[in-house]
Ligand binder design. Sequence first.
Ligand SMILES: Nc1ncnc2c1ncn2[C@@H]1O[C@H](COP(=O)(O)OP(=O)(O)OP(=O)(O)O)[C@@H](O)[C@H]1O
Ligand SMILES: [Mg+2]
Length: 316
Amino acid sequence: MVAEKTLDTLDLDLPGKFSGKVREGWPLNDGRRLLLTTDRLSVLDKVVGIVQYKGQILNQLAGWWFSHTEDIIDNHLLSLPDPNVALVKDCTPLPVEVIMRSRLTGSTSTSILPRYLAGERQLYGYTLPDDLTPHGLLPEFLLTPTTKEQDGGHDMPITSEEIVAKEIVSADVWEKVEKAAHLLFQRGVETAAAAGYVLADTKYEFGISPEGDVLLIDEIHTPDSSRYWLKSSLEERLAQGLEPESFDKEPIRLSFRAIGYSGDGPVPALDPVVWEQTSQRYITLYEGITGQRFVPGSVPLKERITKTLQPFMEPN
Ligand SMILES: Nc1ncnc2c1ncn2[C@@H]1O[C@H](COP(=O)(O)OP(=O)(O)OP(=O)(O)O)[C@@H](O)[C@H]1O
Ligand SMILES: [Mg+2]
């Protein structure tokens, strides 16, 4: 039998399993949670395929970024017991996602480029000038929150003022979140640039820990939660009217768009090469950012992870 080399899902002998589009989680009832990152890829608010090594790359890259940003804000990470698993503080996620942007870009409904091109200048409480160009620099880093919708609902844009006025998040917590998001993004942009990448935008999630602290949770600066472009080819490609060279989910979004798929109905097949290239690019980005070689975890994957997590399944 061919050893399975990708991870679609995992069942553990633990109660309370949570299944997101990409991650699966188990609360441990002691203030901790196991967070498994699968190889599933989601775009257009649904799972559309599997990318080899993606789960491990996301888990380990987020781990790297967490340790390189903990001077800015505490985060949920306790340890990485397995290449695909994080042991984290079990938090109550804030019901908003915080997107930070350095570039006028994006192709999804909450992105700013399509709205700007349609003539909108008032976006997320900011007023944008008329002379911006597609994928070009924004006048400042924008903080553009969205609501976090459950079960396939579409996240909706919301302003900081509304978040506080409607008491979706308390004013003092939101102040901490805004400050952290700006500093995290500044760090992300600078670190990515030093590695040869443009961090065009990214999404942060924050939560309240069992101790009542505001923590950075979920993932940070991964190619799932961010747009990363190759810096060296960017200016020339933009001058030619081409899309940036993306090391994230954007090529998958664009491939679907090219065949007219916008998320409704059954997911059409893409050329297998598109999936392989995505895997390769996630590896390239991981190695570029961390300066470390990517070493795939041992296979079969499910067997390995189940064995590693055995201690968490035994009654204590
Ligand atoms: N420390 C934590 N405590 C509690 N929940 C967490 C923690 N870290 C992350 N989560 C939650 O775990 C889930 C991760 O699942 P996943 O990344 O698959 O999310 P999703 O929102 O369904 O998909 P997508 O990322 O594609 O939008 C999210 O709902 C996130 O809020
Ligand atoms: Mg997520």
